[in-house]
Design a protein around this ligand. Structure first.
Ligand code: SAM
Length: 243
């Protein structure tokens, strides 16, 4: 049994895929997908020796070595070009996910789908995707153990499965007015279209956080604090308008 978060990520992986799960920790996601017979092969990548060993142990104990290879290395360094068709990167900050994709760009041709689950900083991931020829096709949000997670799925912009509405969404992200674009990158075009209760809660919590920051800044007499306070107020206003 895996977490609801990992289950929802798993559900985005097409049946029959070869997968690279980067930052795999205990290799729970690839192990689950192989046990369910939903993927043909997987690479579990880990940069840290602790989680790398945990993954290797898990795979060995579950007798999954014939289908899952655990590799030690930074980001996409562990895969060769055209080795996998789906990449999952989950449970890290959005800035780190974007930097892993940026550093591993050369490995991406041939990859048909990216499934990314940033814990924070989702806008970093969305902006990297649209700046690099990927189209967001799905966004999910869920709450588990009092934490809220987003799962972003993207495919290459030149892939034929794309329908107009996906492309339209991406155009909006690329070409909208600056303020609209910033907001869409932050809030997510699909999530904004079909807001759920969890999504509302996430941004209400964010508003509360921003309000605390605004209050702190208002106590300072520095010019810079005043400017920052205005930025925070503008951001709060933008969020309030769409909630
Ligand atoms: N992906 C799993 C999940 O979602 O449950 C594990 C998430 S865990 C919180 C993040 C993992 O990413 C850690 O095990 C960490 O060692 C690994 N990690 C961080 N930066 C990495 C990088 N540049 N390349 C590969 N793995 C990385």
């Amino acid at each position: 049994k895996i977490s609801k978060r990992l289950e929802q990520i798993a559900n985005q992986v097409p049946v029959g895929s070869t997968l690279a799960d980067i930052g795999s920790d205990h290799a729970l996601l690839p192990a689950y997908l192989v046990q369910q017979d939903r993927i043909t092969r997987a690479i579990a990548g880990e940069v840290n020796p602790g989680p790398f060993q945990a993954a290797a142990k898990q795979v060995k104990e579950a007798e999954l070595n014939y289908k899952i290879e655990v590799r030690l290395g930074d980001g996409l360094e562990v895969i060769s070009p055209n080795e996998v068709d789906v990449i999952t990167i989950a449970g890290m900050g959005g800035a780190l996910i974007a930097s892993i994709l940026e550093a591993g760009k050369a490995k991406l041709p041939g990859v048909k789908r990216l499934i990314l689950q940033p814990n924070v900083g989702e806008s970093n991931v969305r902006s990297w995707l649209i700046a690099n020829g990927w189209v967001l096709t799905n966004e999910q949000i869920l709450e588990e153990d009092h934490k809220i997670y987003e799962i972003l799925t993207a495919v290459p912009a030149d892939q034929t499965e794309l329908t107009d509405s996906f492309v339209y969404r991406t155009r909006e992200l690329e070409q909208g007015h600056h303020a609209d674009r910033e907001l869409l990158l932050k809030l997510g075009p699909y999530l904004l279209d079909r807001p759920t209760e969890v999504w509302h809660r996430k941004w209400q919590l964010e508003l509360n956080k921003l309000d605390m920051i605004r209050h702190q800044l208002s106590l300072s007499a520095l010019e810079e604090s005043k400017r920052k306070q205005q930025d925070v107020e503008r951001e709060m206003k933008q969020i309030r308008e769409v909630l």
